[in-house]
Design a protein around this ligand. Structure first.
Ligand code: ATP
Length: 206
């Protein structure tokens, strides 16, 4: 099987995440996309919602898509969750499958700040999605020149980064949190069950 691993804080998950994952699945003929809500993220400094709420919302958001699944591996960890540990775990779990790590270009361009990023870049191939407002992969220090159209060799690694231009969504979780704080509706930006979950649990109000 070809499996895409899609990590994120998903704080909360929104239609941008879902739509780009669907496009990646179709373009790369993936059999499954595993959404992996982060536990206590080492990098995001603001007060982040408890992992269990983010996990639950991600489950609600993907439940109607037979190709989408959610991993609770990071959300259930007590310590900060580093992607390198998650990938080590998932590579063992899916040893007969081909894994791709899916990221938006904003996240990929920040990869140098991740824990043990050099090892990470040697573990799996990456699928890097366009995102409005962010630069291209040209001249990015972690990759070599384009080998074939939208396919870049990662430096000091035998892995590749495949770039995909996805439908541009200007949505971000940050914007959604701000809208809630300002008393604005978030209907049609997140799946309805996610919106109801946020409302019922009075999340992101302060
Ligand atoms: P925040 O605003 O809190 O930083 P976010 O909307 O960027 O959140 P994350 O959970 O941090 O969401 O994102 C998880 C992954 O999804 C990242 O790799 C990010 O680049 C990607 N992503 C999020 N939103 C989009 C979007 N609209 N288009 C393309 N990629 C996206």
């Amino acid at each position: 099987m070809k499996i895409g691993l899609f990590g994120g804080t998903f704080n909360p998950i929104h239609y941008g995440h879902l739509r780009v994952a669907e496009e990646v699945r179709e373009a790369f003929l993936l059999d499954k996309i595993l959404f992996i809500p982060a536990g206590i993220p080492p990098l995001k400094k603001y007060d982040i919602l408890q992992p269990m709420h983010r996990l639950k919302m991600t489950e609600l958001a993907v439940k109607d898509n037979p190709f989408f699944e959610v991993s609770d591996f990071e959300a259930k960890q007590k310590k900060p969750s580093y992607t390198i540990n998650t990938l080590t775990h998932l590579k063992k779990l899916y040893q007969n499958d081909t894994l791709f790590f899916i990221m938006g270009i904003d996240a990929f361009l920040e990869l140098k700040s991740w824990h043990r990023y050099e090892e990470l870049l040697r573990m799996v191939d990456f699928i890097v999605m366009s995102r409005p407002g962010f630069d291209s992969l040209q001249n990015y220090e972690l990759i070599e020149d384009e080998e074939a159209e939208n396919c870049f060799k990662i430096k000091n690694s035998d892995k590749k980064a495949f770039f995909i231009s996805v439908f541009p969504f200007w949505i971000s979780s940050t914007q959604i949190r701000k809208m809630i704080q300002n008393g604005k509706t978030i209907r049609y930006l997140v799946p309805e069950e996610v919106r109801e979950y946020i409302e019922k649990n009075k999340l992101y109000r302060e």
